[in-house]
Design a protein around this ligand. Sequence first.
Ligand SMILES: [Zn+2]
Length: 168
Amino acid sequence: MPLRTSWSEDKCPIARAADVLGDPWSLLVLREVFLGNNRFDGMKKELRVADNVLSERLRRLVGAGVLTAEPYSAGTRPRNEYRLTAAGTDALPVLHALTVWAQRHTQSPGGKSMRIICTTCGTESASGAWCQTCGAELTVATTAWAHPKSSENLIELARAGTPQKTSD
Ligand SMILES: [Zn+2]
């Protein structure tokens, strides 16, 4: 099913944001890139998504200027690694707002929650925009997630912007 594009020129900024970010797969692709899972096969495995659906969302996010596709070589095939642009990293407070909302108003099946940690002072923040302890803005450079899907205790988002090793 094609994605809707009818809001890309809407006067309302919420509608224009929804046009780019409002699709569930697109938000989950962004989550993966923030977590450092930024290659097609890794995202496909984690999201259990069909190839064509993932390709379409990546194409849209690159087209909207949220991600860039950087080629790397794996064996004989050139492949892409996806990185956040400035517009992409600016979506972090959006994901945090969704996190805070979900933890207030929805049930986690495993009872696990996600914690947003300010790496400037090391404390958990109940706000997704600013650290309530030290006042630092929560950006990719200053935020870590304790994410229920990850076995790692804390994932520093700063790693999301760095290229992966090509040996895997
Ligand atoms: Zn802090």
